[in-house]
Design a protein around this ligand. Structure first.
Ligand SMILES: [Zn+2]
Ligand SMILES: [Zn+2]
Length: 274
């Protein structure tokens, strides 16, 4: 039996004789059904039409993405530490070449994923590298392909490898998570955010959104909770969920001032503060 992957969001479903009737991830108001209706592909089809790109981003940080862009188009990151590699976020395609290339880089000791839009083929990746997938427990009802490799964590933080900590920020989803790497950015600290904190086109700034495709903002309290969750952690660099989306320096200040700007717009006093 094949597994089926939603063409719009990239989520993989359990093996089945026929494609699933629905994609709950896309039916949610943070997503949308593709303009030609619900469509599915399979890992075999995807391997014929797409390939994986693996590129150094920074010392100890490797970007892993799909070319041409597929579904939401995110970039996963491999974070190389002395205790093993962490895979942050995930993609829908996994082929033999990718497995070999990632093994060459030291394999994967632990996987953590920010939120359901990037669950993609996490179970295939977990099985290929014999790695656990750490997800915040608030995401449990959004896991479309349950598996023994998935380990739910509760509360506000979970260290997945020494010096690598998942932080529950909420916002986009109640369990939306960022990943903190204390030794990142040359020891100044690095934060990986997916779209929990979104790096915008002006890369000195970030944003905070409930639905990106449907342009629904977060409320001020949710934005303040995200900033508060990150407050204990010093970080200089912030890696967003797509290629070339990164705040190159002084990233914690960028998050703070972006939150202030965002809340000023929500509250109607942006002109006064400009
Ligand atoms: Zn979908
Ligand atoms: Zn998302």
């Amino acid at each position: 039996m094949d597994t089926y992957i939603c063409v719009t969001c990239g989520t993989q479903y359990p093996p089945s004789a026929a494609p699933p009737a629905h994609c709950p991830i896309c039916e949610d108001d943070r997503q949308y059904i593709g303009h030609s209706g619900q469509r599915w592909t399979t890992p075999a089809e995807l391997r014929e039409t797409h390939r994986t790109t693996i590129a150094d981003v920074d010392p100890g940080v490797v970007g892993i993405a799909t070319e041409p862009q597929f579904a939401i188009g995110q970039q996963a990151h491999l974070i190389q530490t002395p205790a093993g590699n962490a895979l942050w976020d995930c993609i829908s395609l996994l082929d033999d070449e990718t497995v070999a290339a990632v093994r060459q880089l030291g394999g994967i000791a632990a996987i953590a994923i920010s939120h359901p839009h990037f669950f993609s083929a996490m179970v295939d990746w977990a099985h290929a590298f014999d790695a656990p997938v750490y997800l915040h427990a608030d995401h449990a009802s959004w896991v479309m392909r349950p598996d023994a490799a998935v380990r739910y964590w509760d509360g506000d933080t979970r260290e997945i490898l020494p010096g690598v900590t998942a932080i529950r920020c909420g916002g986009h989803f109640p369990g939306s998570t960022a990943l903190y790497w204390a030794d990142g950015a040359g020891g100044r600290g690095a934060l990986f955010t997916g779209d929990t904190v979104q790096v915008v086109s002006d890369r000195r700034w970030v944003s905070f959104i409930y639905s990106y495709p449907n342009q629904i903002p977060l409320d001020a309290a949710a934005v303040r909770r995200i900033v508060a969750a990150l407050e204990p952690y010093p970080f200089d660099r912030l890696y967003g969920g797509w290629r070339d989306r990164l705040v190159a320096g002084d990233a914690k200040a960028a998050v703070r001032r972006s939150a202030e700007r965002y809340i000023a717009h929500l509250q109607g006093d942006a002109a006064a503060s400009a």
